[in-house]
Design a protein around this ligand. Sequence first.
Ligand code: ADP
Ligand code: ASP
Ligand code: MG
Length: 405
Amino acid sequence: MALIVQKFGGSSVANPERIKKVAERVVETKNKGNRLVVVVSALGDTTDELIDLAAQITDKPIDREMDMLLATGEQISVALLAMAIHKLGVKAISFTGPQVGIYTDTTHRKARIVKINTDRITKALGQGYVVIVAGFQGQTSDNEITTLGRGGSDLTAVALATVLRAKVCEIYTDVDGVYTADPRIAKDAKKLDIISYDEMLELASLGAQVMQARSVEMGKKYDMPILVRNSMNHSSGTLITKEVKSMEDVLVRGVALNTNEAKVTIFGVPDKPGVAARIFKRLADSHVNVDMIIQNKTKTNTTDISFTVFKSELKTSLAAVQAAVKEVGAKGMICDEKIAKVSVVGVGMRSHSGVASKMFGALAKNRINIDMISTSEIKISCVIESKHGKKAVQSLHREFGLGRN
Ligand code: ADP
Ligand code: ASP
Ligand code: MG
């Protein structure tokens, strides 16, 4: 009997009707003779609503208490799904992350899974239950509840599929699979049948919300096939898998847009060894993730340093930067929240040249100014004004011939 892990995202369980539909789908898979572990996200926009609730109490919620709050969302959905499956005459049992032994480190709100004790799941599967696990949560070795970062139910699913040696990890969502661009932005985006782990990892890290980046990283590490499918229909979906040579024939696999970052510039930074190290140590000590960094030497003996951070970490970053400005004797700092990062991704870039000039040309044609650029072997990203974000995606999608037409 094959073991399958299925994950249903928030939109797939947004209301009682949808939960009943998911239950039918789960029962269908179970009745084909599979053993089944089902990971569920919080109903609809519950997590956003919980974050809003906390914001109405305080603008500096304690991370531990945020995790206590956020973990409640998934606890509601697993119980309701278990009830819906029961009603269809199939045995199902729901568990929280801590109940099934998902252990994490102590970094609240973006904890990393360090160990999963599978005894309880294996026992319930052996007793014929469909096992339903709350996504997005775990516990530290001191029994503190943690959450795994936004979109973290994907990670719960891939991690469980890996430790349980599942045949496949199926991610059910509200679109037919992974597209060449967010179908909400590029109306003629094409569904991909297959994509490599590396391409999906880049797209996810660069803003394609359909998969959480860390879950793809884990899938790649353990070579777990991930199938992204629509929970509302039976179309075949997109398989995220190992790279094969023919994937390099395609220059650009997809375009991504990220509007969750802000840019910070420190100007008049003394041009001396060790200064950048001191600035970024302050940010690292505050647990801020820094993304793009640009340093530009001017004609004087100073430099300007710009970098991007998640908007959700901007307040913490600014406090750290203010302290760093004083420490290193820089002139000052400014921050810009109205930025967007648009990226093209494809393993074909390794063996083809000219992608950068084509990308910059397309942006120029649309009179979109480029503020920062960063590249890797398989991606090019440009920071632009946020008001041009959608237009940039559409024009790059067209320029690289990614659409259906
Ligand atoms: P879930 O609630 O199932 O976790 P998400 O909202 O996290 O779903 O992710 C699905 C959404 O991701 C889609 O509705 C789509 O708008 C967005 N998305 C962004 N980029 C892409 C892409 N390249 N392919 C498919 N969907 C994408
Ligand atoms: N409910 C969590 C979130 O909205 C986890 C998830 O949906 O994957 O981020
Ligand atoms: Mg998601």
